[in-house]
Each structure stands twice: as structure tokens, then as C-alpha cells.
Design a binder for this molecule. Sequence first.
Ligand code: IVH
Length: 701
Amino acid sequence: MTQTPVDLLTELEAAAELAALAKTMAESDRAYYQDDAPVMTDAEYDALKRRNEAIEKRFPHLIRPDSPSQRVGAKASDDFEKVVHGVPMLSLANIFSDEEIYEFIDRIRRFLGLSETERLDFMAEPKLDGLSFSALYVNGVFVRGATRGDGAIGEDITENLKAIKDLPLKLQGRDLSGSDIPERLEIRGEVFMNKADFFTLNEQQQQSGKKVFANPRNAAAGSLRQLDPAITEKRRLSLFGYTFGEVSEEKWTTHAEFLNRIREWGFPVNPENRLCSSAEEIVAYFKDLGERRSGLAYDIDGAVYKVNRRDYQERLGFVARSPRWATAHKFPAEQAQTVLKNIRVQVGRTGVLTPVADLEPVNVGGVMVSHATLHNEDEIKRKDIRINDHVIVQRAGDVIPQIVRVVLEKRPVDSEPFVFPDKCPVCGSHVVRDEDQAAQRCSGGLVCPAQAVEKLKHFVSRDALNIEGFGAKNTQFFFERGWIKTAGDIFELEKNHGSEIRKLEGWGDKSADNLFASIRKVRNGADLDKFLFALGIPQIGQATARLLAAHYLNMTDLLSQIDQAQDPSSEAYQELIAIESIGTVVAQELLDFFEEEHNRVEVARLRTLMTIRDFEPLSQSDHPLAGKTVVFTGTLPTLTRSEAKAKALAIGAKVAGSVSKKTDFVILGADAGSKAKKAQELGVSVLSEEDFIALCNNQKQ
Ligand code: IVH
């Protein structure tokens, strides 16, 4: 294709080309990052990017908010030092309705065993739409700032935080010695840019021909992560503190008290925070906040509710990566109207066909949207979605945009219902519908290239075996060349195709060496749970894979037990379905997978090519209860059942529902029935709640 040189473009042509470039690159990003199905090579992408930059340089006033040049890199920059968070920086679970406020509170009351009348206060706070930070103070002096990063490791932004005027470099204690301030205190909160500062910044950027930012959040991110802190200083950023990480001595017993303290010491705290003592007060807070949202100086995307008492917070603890004692309540999703241009059917790793809508790009609450998921055939039928319909698209948080409904008044007269394919769009195999499930699947199995390549992408992905540098793009590339067909081929890639890879354009020895080193690293030792997850067995997600690994402990036992469990009357089968969260459906998927000859062959081959490490029960493996199986029975005097269970799981014990030979301890409450008797019969050790708590608190023996 011949291109008009940038110097010769008219303004009109430039505007049209920038619009087209924004669209093409957004589609490519989407295909690459979200659908794992690249539509162009790196070189093609880079060429488009350079062309876009050149046109924007000549016509800075034509820069579009959705231009690829406006993106803030999400990838951690290598240019900042890394900071390991002593206490992980976690995220919050989300709720979306008033009913869920009641459920959230009920759940907490139940967990703590509080009656209706017992007092339970919450701090309600605006959910700031910025970037979380950590600021460490030693003897009241600011010594280190960090970003959240992946929660475990962030980036050192000490100098950048110092450049923010709101951040006190020294906390002001009550007396000169600051004796009321903990020796070490890590205050955490959010950095953001006020809307007014955002508009001023964008005006300045535009006037000087620099990039404008799409929203205050991107502007804050771009300004904070500047290697030159002088730039951070020029751009006005603000911050509020809302929680703490590391602390040498906690000098407060409630969250409200913590906020008051840091405010007294000079740390900014949001004046919109309110202490609420009932669900009704929280509901009213959320409503009021929503009404005042547009009038606030900064962007917020909802509210956050936190249990006020610190001792309750401690008891509630965490589930996965979020505290049980707090939740985010998001404002309703943003919507917009656009035209649905096409429906494409994609094939995933397990063969499930997912219809995707291609949309006329539309701005939904500040983000350009050009695709939406349609879930499955039933969803299309239920909403009667057709090609060329005008549709309402909705975006909420980070979730994939969805079609809410069709604007029937605008439906073209010649419109026809969408016919879901009965053949796989990739391999042409028959499409089958799982019984009792809405999903349609391609019956091609490994014959279907789409399934095969998606399985491989899953195998190397971060949550699975995490072969660094392999990625979806390389997987696709090697697959298309026929260099990898199944997972085992990955471990023989260097041997079989190493020299070809080194000669590939844009590769060279260094990148090839890096890739082979990461493959070797995984080959030399992969965790059992990651390996099981990586196999991509339908229904076996990360959590289930971990439960299986924790139960069977090593691959040899797992395989022999699964073999025995193929007989549904066997003890092994009973044992399998007794594992928490594994019901008959999940068990069947697992059994089916290991019964398939080609899966058995592949797993056997993988076992010869790589080392699968035995499962290590949690980090506190030296804890007396770690790896032990406990059973609770009867009413415990102080702990609720969920609390007791959470305590046990937290130190690496397994909690079972019934007493058997495998039970190590039975924790006996009041009115215990048959389980107590069974424990006695089998000679299992019996503990009181008091013994159990004492054991839990005993870190090492
Ligand atoms: S508390 C243990 N309070 O929301 C959780 N977070 O989805 C500590 N956020 O990463 C977070 N406003 O960046 C908390 N008032 C607020 C917040 C807030 C915004 C962000 C924060 C966090 C994310 C969680």
C-alpha cells in the first residue's frame, strides 16, 4: 500500500488517518491483550505507531484522546528500583447494589458471631480513582515511597512522592520528640489529580504540542511515574491516606482513630469519610456521594466501607487477595449507544465457542470501546441481538464491555436473527452443546488448531507455568510454524529449533537465550498445583488445582488415585469427591481428562521432560498444625465456625467435614454429636477450642 508522505497530508486527510489508526491499533491491542489472538506482527504494529506519531507531530491539535500515543504503559518500568512490600498491598472485593451492603454486613456479623443488637461501625469513604501508594516514615521522617505494583513488589517512587506538596516530609507529633508516632509507620493511600489540575495540564500539554491525557487517572499515573521528579513536581498531584501497612506499634484501636491520628500528624485525610453505624446509614452515604460526585474536586468510582474496630478487622482477616473487613461499592456502569457491525465466534482452549460483537467504536465513560462479549448463543437469542442493530453498551470497572439491550426502534427493516454456526469456525468440526450448559463446544479437540494453540498459551501463561518471555504471541508464532504442537514440544524447542529461532528476524542470541533460560527454569522445577492448572482441564481452575495438589501431594499418588477413582464405587472416588469444592461434575472432568489416551501420553511425556515438585503445604510448614487435617464439631465457645475454619486454613491445616482415619485433630465444642464418638472410636486426638487457639498461636515447636 502506498502512503502519502506525512509532509504532504492535508489536515482533513490527517484527521481521517489518525481516526483510522486509533481504531486499527485499538483492535490490535484488544486482540493481543484480551483475546490472545494477535492480528498483526510487532513490526506492523510499530510501523503504525511511528506513522501515528509522525502525523501527530505535524498536527498536534488533531491528537485524539483515544490515540495510542495517549496510553500509559501498564507494564512495570524497569527503570525504578523494586520495593518488596513487607505487608502485601491487597485489593478490595466489589459490590454493586444496596442489597449487597446488607449481605456484606450480615456476613461480617455471622463471622464475628455478633447479634443484631451488638454495635458494629463502619467507616465509609469515597473510592478515589487514582493510584495507590505506600509512604514509609521512620521516627516520623518520610524515608521511602512505593507504588503498589503487583501487590507484593512495587516500584521505588520516593523522589516522586517527595515532589508532591501534600505529602508531609516529617510527621508532626504532639510533643517535640514525637513520642506518639510509631517508630516505623507505613501510611498507604491514593495519589490523584484534581479535575481542575487535569484540565490545566492538558491545556499546557496541547499548547506545547505534547500528548494530552485521556483522564485524570492516566495523567496522575503518567506524572507520578516520571524518572525526572522535577516533572512530577510541576504537575500538581494530590493524595489522601486511608490505611497502613507496616507499623512498629499500633497506637489506635479503630480505623477512625488511625485516620484522626495521621490527620493530626499532618497527613492529608479525606474530609468526606463518615463513620456509619448501620446499613441504612451506609446506603444513605452512597446515595449522597453519588449525587455529589460530579461536584467533587476529584474523580471517584464508588465508595469503600471498612469495619471500624481493629480487633474485628484482625479476626476477619483476608480471603484470597482482599480483606473480609472491607469492600468497594462501585457506581453503576457507564453506558453508551452504538452500532453492532459484526458477530465473530471465537474458539477457546476448551473448545467453547464465544461470540464477540464488533462495534462502531464508541466512548463509554472515557474509554473507547470497539468490542463486547456476547457470552453464548442463548444470550444472543434472549436479547435478540442482530448484526447492524443499534445497541446499548455498558462498561463496569475492568470487566469486558457488555451489550445491555438492542434499541429496537432503530432496527433495520431487513434485519435477520443471527444464526449460530453449527460447525467450528476454525476447524469445521461439529459444534456440540453440553447438556445443562449454555456453552457450545467444538468437538475437534486437539485436531482444532484454535483449541490446541489456546491450550499452549494457557500452559505457558503467568498463572500456570509462567514461562517468562514465552507469551501468547510467541506461542502463536511457534505453533503456526509447527515447532510446537503440544506442551511437551516447548521443552524440546531449544533442541529441535534453537538454531532457527536464533536466526529469526528481530530475535538474535540474547532474546533466544533468555527464552530458553526461562523454559529451563520451569523444566527444572514446577509446582504441582501450577502444573495441574497448566494442563487446562475443564473446570479445574487455580483454586481447585491447589486443593487437588494439597490433597494428593505428588504426581505419582495423584495419578494412581485418579486411576482407581475411575471406578465410581471405589474408595478413591469417594475420597476425590470429598475434597472441598470438588463435586461430581468437576470430578468427572478430571477423570475424563486422565482417561483420554492422548492426555495420558502427554502427561507421561511431560513427566520425563520436566520436574514436578511435590506440594509444600503453606509457608509456615513448621507450624504444628500445618498439613494436618482437622475437623470441627459442636458449638465452639468463642469462635464462629467460619472464623475457626479460616484460622486453621491460614496456618496451612486442612479442614475436613467428617472424621476418618486421616483426621489428625477433632476440635470439640458444646453439644457435639456423632463426630465426637467417631473420634473416640478411631483414637483421634481431641482438642478444646482453647487448646486449638493456643496451638494456632504457637508459631514453632
Ligand atoms: S483501602 C486492603 N480505601 O481501591 C485494601 N482503597 O480495589 C486497602 N482505593 O488498591 C485499600 N480509595 O487503590 C481503600 N478509600 C479507599 C480507597 C481505596 C481508592 C483503591 C486502592 C485499592 C483499590 C482496591
